[in-house]
Design a protein around this ligand. Structure first.
Ligand SMILES: Nc1ncnc2c1ncn2[C@@H]1O[C@H](COP(=O)(O)OP(=O)(O)O)[C@@H](O)[C@H]1O
Ligand SMILES: [Mg+2]
Length: 198
């Protein structure tokens, strides 16, 4: 399957999501490719810092091999309406990370109106820990508005910064919160498998 990660704001966890979805979807029996479609090259730089022993391969968005089972594409922020429609047509699902803040939610909701609701799913990311209820509030507001949203929210953990510096997925970082952080993306991977039956 082809999963494209896109959003309207930068810094909402697109590259982090693309990397961790690739890590979750890759198994010994499939070939998973993570393609960097952002000129910032966050994914390629991440891979160059670490990258050893990964269960998936990383490539530039312009040199994607054609023999993959799963392709995860990271993209630049702020796609135009035309780009968004084109991404939706070439992907099985668009994953749209969005932080639970009013600005981020408004930008997300406004721009997704050009897409049919079966083409994308919003993923709440960098969700502050309890007792904050920002994540829960955003999730129910999105559901109430009838928008497709993952039930799993990606919680905010400092282990993501460590993982970014080391160039590895959070599962490879020695940190007490690493299993919790990994469990969030693993649950999203399961939701994707249910959404995209391929
Ligand atoms: N769930 C999270 N908790 C804490 N920090 C996060 C989380 N997700 C991403 N980050 C950090 O936020 C920053 C922006 O994330 P990134 O994936 O590069 O966003 P984007 O690709 O949308 O610009 C990075 O430093 C990343 O490590
Ligand atoms: Mg990025």
């Amino acid at each position: 399957m082809i999963i494209t990660v896109t959003s309207f704001k930068g810094g909402v966890g697109k590259s982090t999501t693309a990397i961790h979805l690739a890590a979750c979807l890759a198994t010994k029996r499939n070939k998973t490719v993570l393609a960097d479609g952002d000129l910032n090259r966050s994914v390629i730089n991440w891979f160059e810092r670490g990258g050893e022993g990964l269960s998936f391969s990383v490539c530039d968005g312009n040199s994607v091999p054609d023999d993959y089972d799963h392709l995860i594409i990271d993209t630049a922020a702020r796609p135009t309406d035309e780009e968004l429609v084109a991404l939706a047509e070439t992907s099985d699902l668009l994953v749209v990370p969005c932080t639970p803040t009013t600005f981020s939610l408004e930008a997300t909701i406004g721009t997704l109106a050009v897409l049919p609701s079966d083409r994308y799913k919003i993923l709440l990311t960098v969700v502050p820990p309890k007792p904050s209820r920002e994540g829960d509030k955003a999730l129910s507001a999105l559901k109430k508005a009838g928008l497709p949203v993952f039930n799993t929210m990606i919680r905010r953990f400092s282990v993501y910064l460590k993982a970014e510096n080391l160039g590895v997925p959070v599962s490879e970082v020695k940190d007490p919160k690493s299993p919790d952080a990994w469990a969030d993306y693993a649950a999203v991977g399961k939701e994707i498998a249910k959404t995209v039956r391929k």
